[in-house]
Write a protein that binds this ligand. Structure first.
Ligand SMILES: Nc1nc2c(c(=O)[nH]1)N[C@H]1C(S)=C(S)[C@@H](COP(=O)(O)OP(=O)(O)OC[C@H]3O[C@@H](n4cnc5c(=O)[nH]c(N)nc54)[C@H](O)[C@@H]3O)O[C@H]1N2
Ligand SMILES: Nc1nc2c(c(=O)[nH]1)N[C@H]1C(S)=C(S)[C@@H](COP(=O)(O)OP(=O)(O)OC[C@H]3O[C@@H](n4cnc5c(=O)[nH]c(N)nc54)[C@H](O)[C@@H]3O)O[C@H]1N2
Ligand code: SF4
Ligand SMILES: [Mo]
Length: 736
């Protein structure tokens, strides 16, 4: 079972509360971030190994305490800039994954037809790898290398991306782009010449006013961000939360604006109207750094608060007042760009509106706004250069129907697998660390695509839904049992962090680097993997850059020299846009045939008796990947359907009873507990994503709560970059 019993786990929580009472305040009191850095490693085991977390993709530094070969406890690494000695509850619960009894234990090969009963046989690694390699060679001979696609999410995926390029295919995608932050990255790139990346380059800790457009920080639990957010509020920052739902963050806010879903662009334009009309924007900054101001002023002239009210249901005086509060904090006034922004298909334009509003507040490259990061440069490990000249992917950044996309679209690759839908067909999938049946919209289409494949291999740690559709399942060792690529993201302080094995791989699981290399060897691609193991690879890169590898291994991290990150620090900002300025008006967007300044189009209304389906995060879970974790499951084991209490009464339903949500296409959710609450508008319902597993092997998570992805049978695709807007499904609610 899990490494810690429930009592012990809660004890960590209690230590946390104690630390908060004694010390710093809101961070731990609100959200239970672990505040228990190691003071005496000896008391927790015989050794402590620094590495970084994989419970989500923030990659906080952790210290894993080991006793007698077992990980007893995971705490935040004080030396790591992203954790600073603290972890979110998911990170603390990492042993719940390591010791999950449902883990994949041996390679598996399918013995029935794909889509059938899912009959698998345990095989040796040799057999599984030979079989995989044989199919990859066959695909290449028959269709060319680009008939193979890789879906990869998670840090171990780098080895498989490398393998793909060596093999000759660039058809690599993740649901973290077109199903997550793609529109935001494109919009900020177009406006400021730089995207925000992950971890987002937001100086929240120094913000005086923070405006959240949906981003439900505190439920969205990216560690550093939540720490910074709490510390800003501790210091008296004002908070404006725009959300149809009274989120955890709304509970801390001075203003909660329960906006009608899908109308944020109207609100954002009205805010710009007020800032410009009342002369509250940062005139000096805009004159110095931006182009297109006159066009913007003209564009928002008639976007009055009264106009916005008719769309958003937010009262005009509230719009004016919040605009003034926002301006009062500038330039340390941050309109949070969000992360999961694929909502209504107008998402790049909404993100553009957020970017433009930040520009008017002068918050880019400013203290308390968006900072300009630096990155520790590490040389590559020398290996053979890729030789392939692949033809353009069927679903491609350039030359496709989405002219402003700058990454490959996961959903697009899936569609290109359904015969006859693209300029050539994808015939094989490698899937690393992404449960596509819950992460991509339109799961029935995903299944159609899978059925059309010649071959599919899945590398996972758990028997997730996607593994049930594979021809071969390759069990990976968890992050606590392996080394991966060095993590050196752009950040305030440039740094490099190492992931190193804490304990030996359990069962017959193997690290991703080993699996990729073994496949490469069987494909005659050994020259691309000239390292003994991943640790040699990782350490080499840091060593060549001239950093202390001993320190890296003992503390988990090495720091580079901090550079100025804001104008206040002496930074002279550079904008990598065509004009070299902040582009309030974007000629690039105009040239691509779209509105150069965002326009508002009202979204489709839910039909009578139906509600818009919204979804989001819970502090203790990451997507569908932690819902089988028994430690985290003790805190939250199923999701609920939030429905406005007045609506619940009208429907004759009861708080706490099981209901089903049935969408516009007649698709039914699994039974889900009803939460009757005044904390949500009457025109929408809400659930936490990631529950409602039906995979047989997930013996804890199976049949707990409902899966939102199942209900996302419709998407509205962003015409600029191909993001799949998913908040466009309507459901009615019935007794189960
Ligand atoms: N605990 C935890 N934290 C996580 C994750 C996790 O799985 N678990 N995942 C991480 C990842 S990869 C991502 S992308 C982020 C996602 O987190 P966020 O980027 O914060 O956001 P979303 O999930 O899109 O936002 C959900 C919120 O938006 C509101 N909302 C829905 N429709 C509208 C609308 O039309 N207008 C407005 N203003 N609000 C609306 C919902 O009510 C809800 O409160 O979280 C990250 N952090
Ligand atoms: N309906 C709906 N769809 C969504 C979202 C939503 O809120 N609702 N959110 C979107 C967002 S923001 C994002 S970022 C994506 C996330 O999409 P994904 O990252 O695909 O999310 P998960 O469903 O959690 O799938 C993770 C898979 O990785 C496996 N895994 C975990 N650790 C490891 C490991 O160390 N190695 C390997 N090989 N496998 C591992 C897990 O067992 C699981 O099968 O989903 C997007 N799709
Ligand atoms: S935010 Fe939490 S789950 Fe994500 S990497 Fe950090 S500790 Fe792990
Ligand atoms: Mo995401």
């Amino acid at each position: 079972m899990s490494g810690l019993t429930r009592r012990q786990f809660i004890k960590i929580g209690a230590a946390t509360a104690g630390a908060a009472a004694a010390g710093s305040g809101l961070v731990t009191r609100w959200w239970g971030l672990d505040d228990d850095p190691v003071h005496n490693p000896g008391t927790d085991g015989d050794r402590v190994v620094p590495t970084f977390c994989e419970l989500c993709f923030w990659k906080c530094g952790v210290l894993a305490h080991v006793r007698d070969g077992r990980v007893t406890k995971i705490t935040g690494n004080p030396a790591h800039p992203l954790s600073r000695g603290r972890l979110c509850p998911r990170g603390t619960g990492g042993t719940g994954l390591l010791y999950d009894p449902d883990r994949l234990k041996k390679p598996l090969m399918r013995r029935d037809k794909r889509g059938g009963e899912q009959v698998f046989e345990e095989v040796s690694w040799n057999e599984a790898l030979d079989f995989t390699a044989q199919h990859l060679i066959g695909l290449k001979d028959k269709y060319g290398p680009e008939a193979l696609a890789l879906y990869s999410h998670g840090y171990g995926g780098s080895w498989f991306k490398h393998l793909m390029q060596a093999y000759g295919s660039k058809n690599i995608a993740a649901p973290s782009y077109a199903q997550c932050r793609g529109p935001r990255e494109v919009a900020f790139q177009l406006t400021f010449g730089a995207s925000l990346g992950s971890p987002e380059v937001l100086d929240l800790e120094n913000s005086r006013v923070i405006t959240l457009i949906g981003s439900h920080l505190g439920e969205n639990m990216h560690n550093t961000q939540v720490q910074d957010f709490a510390s800003a509020i501790d210091k008296g920052a004002q908070l404006i939360v725009v959300d149809p739902r009274f989120s955890t963050a709304a509970g801390k806010a001075r203003y909660w604006l329960p906006i009608k879903p899908g109308t944020d662009i109207a609100l954002l334009l009205a805010w710009m109207h007020v800032l410009i009309n009342e002369g509250l924007y940062d005139r000096e900054y805009v004159e110095k750094y931006a182009i297109g101001f006159d066009a913007l002023r003209e564009h928002v002239k008639d976007k009055t608060p009264e106009w916005a009210y008719t769309h958003t249901t937010i009262a005009p005086d509230v719009i004016v007042e919040t605009a003034r509060v926002m301006a009062g904090g500038r330039p340390a006034s941050l309109v949070h760009p969000g992360r999961h922004v694929v909502w209504y298909g107008d998402d790049t334009q909404r993100s553009r509106a957020i970017a433009i509003l930040n520009a008017l507040l002068g918050s880019y490259a400013r203290k308390g706004g968006i900072f300009v990061p630096s990155q520790l440069k590490l040389p590559k490990f020398p290996y053979k250069a890729y030789e392939h000249h692949p033809k353009a992917p069927p679903d491609t950044p350039k030359g496709s129907s989405y002219p402003l996309a700058d990454e490959t679209l996961a959903h697009g690759l899936c569609m290109a697998t359904i015969p006859g839908t693209a300029n050539y067909d994808i015939k094989g999938w490698l899937v690393y660390g992404t449960n596509l049946l819950m992460a991509l919209p339109q799961p029935e289409e995903v299944k159609r695509a899978i059925q059309a494949l010649d071959f599919m291999a899945v590398v996972d740690v758990l028997p997730a839904e996607i593994t049930g559709w594979a021809d071969v399942v390759l069990p990976e060792a968890t992050y606590l049992e392996r080394c991966d690529e060095i993590d050196n993201p752009p950040w305030k302080v440039p740094f490099a962090a190492v992931r190193q094995p804490v304990v030996e791989p359990m069962y017959d699981s193997k690290p991703g680097w080993w699996i990729a290399r073994e496949i490469a060897q069987r494909l005659g691609l050994s020259d691309f993997f000239p390292w003994k193991d991943s640790l040699e690879y990782a350490i080499h890169r840091v060593h060549e850059a001239g950093y202390d590898c001993e320190q890296l291994r003992t503390t988990g991290v090495v720091l580079g020299k901090a550079k100025p990150t804001t104008i206040e620090d002496g930074l002279e900002p550079v904008f990598a846009t065509p004009s070299g300025k902040i582009e309030l008006f974007s000629q690039r967007i105009a040239d691509a045939g779209f509105d150069p300044i965002p326009c508002f189009t009202p979204p489709e209304e839910p039909p009578s008796g139906q509600f818009r389906l919204l979804f989001g995060r819970a502090p203790t879970h990451t997507f569908a990947r932690t819902t089988n974790n028994r430690m985290l499951g003790e805190i939250m084991s199923e999701n609920e359907l939030w429905v406005n209490a007045t609506v619940v009464a009208e429907l004759g339903l009861q708080h706490g009873e099981k209901v089903v949500a049935i969408n516009q296409d007649g698709v039914r959710s699994q039974p889900i507990r009803l939460k009757a609450t005044q904390r949500i508008r009457t025109d929408c319902v809400y659930m936490v994503h990631g529950f409602g597993h039906d995979a047989k092997g997930l013996t804890f998570a199976r049949n707990r709560g409902a899966d939102d992805a199942r209900l996302v049978t419709r998407v509205k695709v962003d015409p600029l970059m191909g993001g799949t807007g998913m908040n466009v499904n309507f459901v009615r609610v019935e007794k189960a």
